[in-house]
Ligand binder design. Sequence first.
Ligand SMILES: Cc1cn([C@H]2C[C@H](O)[C@@H](COP(=O)(O)OP(=O)(O)OP(=O)(O)O)O2)c(=O)[nH]c1=O
Length: 203
Amino acid sequence: MSVKQSSAPMLVLASSSPRRKELISLLGLPVQISPSHVSEDTPDDWSPLQIVEGLSLRKALAVKEELAHSFDPSSIIVGSDTIVVLNGKVMGKPRDDEDAEHMLQQLAGQIHEVYTGVSCIRISDEKTVTSHRITKVKMRNLSPEQISRYVATGEPLDKAGAYGIQEIGSLLVESIDGCYFNVVGLPVSLLAVQLEQFNITIP
Ligand SMILES: Cc1cn([C@H]2C[C@H](O)[C@@H](COP(=O)(O)OP(=O)(O)OP(=O)(O)O)O2)c(=O)[nH]c1=O
């Protein structure tokens, strides 16, 4: 893939998510991974939009503050955060299997929204761009036994809303309206639009 820049800047992905690592590679830019270790606690009165934008920024800022000196100043740090929202109720990653079952019982047969926030910070001048995307997901009706069997796969524990659309969780999803990659945790076309603000055009 060609990128309209003489030397492509490095992207620093502030994430421990293997899905985000795989998705960011689609941009064809050099990438380094540098997980952030921030609290994901947010004030009770934050909206879903404030949560995902605020946490994506918190993740990117934490890496900038800790490690900016280790990267070329032209590098851009990318942070991201994903939540599931059912009728205004926010679901992050489940605490344990019981919590996962509870989340899936609520989501089964319903339409929910997946919000992902993405923040980019350029190290040299701290130019920052933050935005988010929303995808609607309709989940199938599921029996308690189906939910228990899915939770027993271990797949839900590191995923918002206790399912992974890109894995066995694909079998739980009836339809989606919006960006698939947003559900998986990194809306790559939104990131490409954000990078245009740093004069990086892809493709
Ligand atoms: C709904 C859904 C979420 N997810 C994942 C995306 C995110 O990785 C995760 C939500 O947790 P996040 O806190 O957004 O991310 P993370 O803890 O995995 O990684 P990091 O903070 O280090 O970047 O849920 C899926 O993989 N598939 C899905 O279908």
